[in-house]
Design a protein around this ligand. Structure first.
Ligand code: ARG
Length: 259
């Protein structure tokens, strides 16, 4: 009987010890293994928000990149960037190919139906730009019969669609990247573009004398990071991280770096 009790005690204490050992082992590896990596979708030809580093074309830099990296550091997750066309970003988010969109994406009511947006992280409305030598187009009222070049799936293209439906412009050329838009204006195939003001301004300061802005306030909008509808856990992390990096001055540093 005594032997039996002793054996029982031995088994119980061995179990307890092995339990402890397991737990310690688990805790030791936990921090490294539990760091989540989120895939960030972006169309990286959109300076100053996301673009290739001229010293290493496979590295994406920009305002969005620095801001997401700062938020990731604050919230303790890792990121991996995925390069997609702009109009492929929302489908990629919906199908789970990417976890977050960080691509200078404007918060719109229509997109809100397909994705969930973070708090706005910067203001960026649409501007009307023409070739630097164009003396004909001075405002939206001078666009009748004129050809637009816009980025596929962008709010600039939606604005052009709207103007076209109202009969206020001629044709629309939809292009994948902003540099294609500029080329089309340079070679005279398009007369104007409607694109995000800070992006047009950044292009102008890098390449003076190519295009000029004739209306810098077609709309006033804000950018947000997007997550899959209902992913409140990730959305909360993005919003909390954004609030923290604003609070601790990191946001202002990134702003000063790019603007
Ligand atoms: N802000 C505009 C939009 O949301 C254009 C964004 C384009 N972004 C990019 N990375 N190409 O439609």
């Amino acid at each position: 009987m005594l032997n039996f009790i002793l054996l029982g005690l031995l088994v119980v204490s061995l179990l307890a010890i092995s339990g402890c050992v397991d737990k310690t082992a688990e805790q030791a590896v936990e921090p490294a293994e539990n760091v989540q990596t989120y895939v960030i979708g972006t169309e990286p030809y959109f300076p100053p928000f996301e673009y290739a580093d001229e010293n290493s074309s496979s590295t994406i830099i920009g305002f969005d990149v620095d801001l997401i990296n700062a938020i990731a550091e604050d919230q303790g997750f890792k990121v991996q960037w995925k390069d997609l066309e702009f109009d492929a970003l929302i489908p990629a988010l919906q199908s789970g190919q990417v976890d977050i969109i960080a691509s200078g994406m404007t918060i719109t009511a229509e997109r809100e139906e397909a994705v969930d947006f973070s708090e706005p992280y910067i203001n960026a409305g649409l501007a009307l730009a023409v070739a630097a030598g164009n003396e004909e187009i001075k405002s939206v009222d001078d666009l009748k019969g004129k050809v637009a070049a816009v980025q596929m799936g962008s709010t600039g293209s939606q604005e052009a669609d709207k103007l076209k439906a109202e009969g206020k412009i001629g044709e629309i050329i939809y292009l994948a990247h902003v540099n294609d838009i500029i080329l089309n204006i340079q070679n005279g195939r398009a007369d104007f573009t409607i694109n995000d003001l800070p992006v047009t301004q950044a292009f102008m300061s890098q390449n003076p004398g190519v295009i000029k802005i004739v209306d810098d306030e077609i709309t006033s909008d804000s950018y947000g990071f997007a997550v899959k509808s209902g992913n409140t856990e990730l959305l909360t992390m993005l919003n909390q991280g954004l609030a923290n990096v604003k609070e601790d001055g990191t946001y202002d540093q990134i702003m000063a770096k790019y603007f």
